[in-house]
Write a protein that binds this ligand. Structure first.
Ligand code: PGA
Length: 246
């Protein structure tokens, strides 16, 4: 694992945007795996600014998002369809047909999950997967459990994730209990992985990701098995790592 520690959220976001833009400049038809949440927002803003300055071109880029809530309409303000459109896609020149987000509204959810995996394969596979991380070590919505899914699946969210994510809803009861997420195998098949984390609340999860056992109780710990993972952290998220690791 390559670990880069930045002073603060702003410089973490700038470095992450440069990382992603570099990938796209070298391979304009890059297949990007994308994440939602507060963490990558700054990176999306930086990428939008780089696009406006004509430093990066998204016209051939293909994207696959990690996850989506189950049974939340695409135009719901908390849906990840809405999040991606408002915070990134509507500001850049990506083609509508190149955007993929799991459809949590699909009537046949199992069929939708299989089709999502097939579409990733058909695109040639993910070149660069961007990840955030949950306080409990989840990546995508692969939650700590006895067993983890390999492929895209419908999963139950943990009480902890529902509580953490309730900050975006008017009450915890409104947070969907389930979500569609790509699986651990889908993530680990990406050629390169970039994980971002900021803030003290993520420090334990980052410590367990980098130097703990590989365990299904910390899904992000499986990233230790991948040959090309970069972590870009702010100082607070890196605060429980020893200096010889950084
Ligand atoms: P956050 O979520 O970026 O809003 O902290 C990250 C995650 O839950 O994966």
């Amino acid at each position: 694992m390559r670990i880069i520690v930045e002073e603060d959220y702003e410089s973490m976001s700038k470095k992450a945007a440069l990382f992603v833009a570099g990938q796209i400049i070298l391979k304009p038809d890059t297949v990007l795996g994308l994440a939602t949440g507060s963490t990558p927002l700054g990176m999306y803003n930086e990428l939008i600014e780089m696009y406006k300055r004509e430093e990066v071109d998204f016209s051939e880029v293909i994207t696959f998002n990690l996850d989506e809530y189950y049974h939340l309409p695409h135009d719901d303000l908390q849906s990840y369809h809405y999040f991606m459109k408002e915070n990134f896609f509507k500001h850049i020149n990506i083609k509508e047909e190149n955007i993929h987000i799991p459809d949590g509204m699909a009537f046949d959810i199992e069929g939708e999950c299989r089709e999502y995996e097939r579409a990733i394969e058909a695109s040639g596979g993910i070149d660069l997967q961007v990840l955030g991380i949950g306080e409990n070590g989840h990546i995508g919505f692969n939650e700590p459990a006895e067993q983890l899914n390999v492929y895209t699946n419908l999963v139950n969210l943990t009480e902890e994730t529902i509580k953490v994510n309730s900050r975006f809803f008017s009450s915890p009861e409104e947070v969907p209990q389930k979500a569609v997420t790509v699986g651990m195998g889908t993530i680990l098949k990406a050629r390169r992985i970039l994980l971002l984390a900021n803030g003290e609340k993520k420090a334990e999860a980052i410590r367990d990701t980098v130097c703990g056992y590989v365990t299904t109780q910390v899904p992000s710990s499986f990233l230790q098995l991948h040959p090309d993972v970069t972590l870009i952290l702010d100082k607070a998220a890196a605060s429980l790592l020893y200096s010889d690791m950084i």
